[in-house]
Design a protein. Structure first.
Length: 161
């Protein structure tokens, strides 16, 4: 069952590459007492994710912060090496959190997993964006197709804030 507005995010621990190397980030530390935009992509370096979805959040980072957002994070079912390389290549390292949900545990616990085996990707995350306040989902916008980034885009999030 898909997580719903008003529900608390499941407990999870991600891996994230930082300037000091890999670190563990848990949902409690990331979301407690903060307003966070969390968006998910089917995979780092995939076309829509790299050319459309992620750049919008990097370009609109300051505008989101000006609207009262404390932090921005992207999650994907990839390992931390891939997410770290994507953070570096995109210029996003240190600007937003690149969270590796390597075994899809968080994604599955939220009911937002998708079997993209037909496209050679295996189990991945649906593409979505949510506003999380103090660990509670305040808004959730899931794309109908993994190749689209419209309702989950940074521009759409800005308009809702």
């Amino acid at each position: 069952m898909t997580i719903a507005i008003g529900e608390t995010l499941p407990q999870a621990t991600f891996k994230e590459k930082t300037a000091d190397g890999p670190t563990e980030v848990n949902t409690q530390d990331l979301f407690a007492g903060k307003r966070v935009v969390l968006f998910a992509v089917p995979g780092a370096f995939t076309p829509t994710c790299t050319l459309n979805h992620l750049p919008g959040y990097l370009e609109n980072r300051e505008a989101l912060i000006a609207k009262g957002i404390d932090d921005i994070a992207v999650v994907a079912v990839n390992d931390w090496h891939v997410m770290g390389a994507w953070a570096q290549q995109s210029g996003g390292l240190g600007k937003i959190h690149f969270l590796a949900d390597f075994d899809a545990a968080f994604t599955k616990a939220m009911g937002l997993d998708a079997d993209l085996s037909g496209g050679g990707l295996g189990v991945r995350s649906k593409r979505y964006a949510m506003l999380v306040e103090d660990g509670v989902v305040k808004s959730l916008h899931i794309e109908d197709s993994p190749g689209q980034a419209t309702v989950s885009s940074a521009q759409a999030m800005l308009e809702r804030l």
